[in-house]
Design a protein around this ligand. Structure first.
Ligand code: GDP
Length: 471
């Protein structure tokens, strides 16, 4: 453990003591992390969650809401002044306004505090007055968790590993071609460093779009507010025979170290290590639709991402957690409104199987975990349609392209998840048994009744699992 790590660890201990005292004496705070890869559904989830917690008419599965213990829920200024506020109002207006549309996705970390007035239950509940419980919702890109693996690598090791891994990839050829003209021993030229970083970022973006998941550094994909800063202006280059001071190699090495200490560590220290409960959103349906390679890639990406939830996986992380851990982790397959409810158990089973390796590790650490299929914003209604003498369970919604309303049959998910996961692992090019379709639906125009939030599927059950015991 380096000096910086020890300092981090002491700060955390003091904070932990401070938190514990103020929580015991005053008002408990639950910090819930919301993560997932880009487009998994984080923004839509948080927006609908908050709206449905403020107006709880559609939340019968949240016990404290159903039995009337939650008296009110209201937004409050968040405790962290330097973290952007989650733009709840703008996102809700997008989703439920007169011309409903999808909100802009998560690009960085953001936070929102929702506070509840809760009447305590039990024998003495009626005698005690209501208490206040704060829910701090922390939204952050799953891509950033991948950076944890960088902490154990030197620049030389990282660069060598990356160059080896990408040499056969078509997406990397432009970058590799450019590297041939680069001599790491010559003095740094800032323009060249910037061009290299840009070329490497654009490789990462294409690789990500084409389904590769090993795309670190995570901030190159989602820079947040760091765009253009020197800590993000580096790239892997071949090691020259000599590495004199002020050479391109040395400067790349310095920036890689700065990225680790100034970008990666602060994220884990200031955000990740404070989370009590976590929901990991996974677009399993999107991956199934994209085919076996995408599903296998999602599996590997999730296994990498979830390493962060394994205490002891990394010395730096252990020093931050100090034996604490994320107590509950919910894995949620999103966008389940694309499927008739008869298929939801199958989607959940596929999600569980997909995350099995990663979950076993988190379970081993004592965290309580569950998997569920949810839709944060339900855009469809169910319909049974007759087709060639057969009854098909469909969903009907308004298509994002063209605006027409259509009934849609997404295909029959297999009951046995290995029917998808095994061909995916074996590198099959397409699904043999079936063709899985996904339509992109627009949010439906709804007129919300007073006391009701936007329509959803199982959002109440998800919250009950995550925080029900603390309300
Ligand atoms: P983020 O990148 O994780 O913040 O993802 P978003 O929350 O922005 O969601 C990405 C896209 O997924 C949205 O623009 C929608 O098209 C789609 N989406 C997210 N949640 C749902 C849902 O509950 N139902 C449906 N039908 N689509 C969803």
């Amino acid at each position: 453990m380096g000096l910086g790590d020890i300092a981090d660890s002491i700060t955390r201990q003091i904070e932990a003591i401070g938190d514990a005292t103020s929580e015991a004496l005053f008002e408990p705070v639950i910090r819930i992390g919301v993560t997932g890869l880009s487009r998994a559904g984080k923004t839509v989830f948080i927006t609908s969650l908050v709206a449905n917690l403020m107006n709880r008419g559609r939340m019968p599965g949240l016990v404290a809401a159903a039995d009337g213990r939650i008296q009110t829920a209201f937004l409050q200024p968040q405790p962290d002044d330097t973290v952007p506020r989650f733009d709840f109002e703008t996102h809700l207006a997008a989703m439920t306004g007169p011309t409903p549309h999808w909100p802009a996705s998560t690009r960085t970390t953001s936070e929102l505090r929702l506070s509840f007035r809760v009447q305590p239950s039990g024998l003495l509940g009626g005698l005690r007055g209501p208490r206040t419980v704060h829910l701090d919702i922390v939204d952050y890109p799953g891509e950033w968790l991948l950076d944890l693996s960088l902490l154990d690598l030197s620049y030389a090791d990282w660069a060598a590993q990356v160059l080896e891994r990408i040499k056969g990839r078509s997406q990397a050829q432009a970058y590799l071609g450019r590297l041939e003209q680069v001599d790491g021993a010559v003095p740094l030229d800032e323009v060249q460093a910037k061009e290299l970083a840009q070329a490497f970022s654009s490789y990462l973006r294409t690789a990500r779009e084409d389904g590769y998941s090993d795309c670190t550094p995570g901030r190159f994909l989602l820079p947040g507010d760091m765009e253009g800063s020197p800590a993000l202006t580096f790239a892997p280059i071949a090691r020259p025979d000599t590495t004199p001071r002020k050479s391109l190699w040395r400067e790349m090495e310095r920036r890689f170290e700065a990225y680790k200490s100034r970008v990666v560590k602060p994220f884990f220290r200031d955000h990740f290590s404070k989370i009590d409960r976590q929901i990991v959103l996974v677009d399993v349906l999107g991956a199934i639709h994209a085919g076996p390679a995408a599903l296998e890639d999602l599996r590997r990406a999730m296994a990498d991402i979830l390493t962060a939830f394994r205490p002891g996986a990394n010395a730096f992380l252990s020093s931050l957690f100090l034996g604490r851990r994320v107590e509950r982790i919910l894995f949620a397959a999103t966008k389940a409104d694309h499927l008739h409810h008869s298929q939801h158990p199958r989607l959940t089973a596929i999600t569980e199987a997909l995350l099995r390796d990663a979950r076993d590790r988190a379970d081993f650490a004592g965290a309580k975990t569950a998997a569920m299929s949810i839709a944060a914003l339900r855009t469809t209604v169910e319909e049974t349609v007759e087709h060639d003498g057969e009854e098909l369970d469909c969903v009907r919604g308004q298509l994002l392209d063209g605006g027409k309303t259509a009934a849609f049959y997404p295909g029959d998910l297999p009951e046995d998840p290995t029917r998808l996961l095994v061909p995916a692992r074996d590198g099959a090019e397409k699904w043999l048994d079936a063709d899985y379709q996904i339509m992109r639906f627009a949010p439906a125009a709804v007129s919300l009744k007073s006391g009701e939030g936007p329509p959803h599927i199982r959002l109440d059950k998800a919250v009950e699992f995550l925080i029900g015991d603390r309300l």
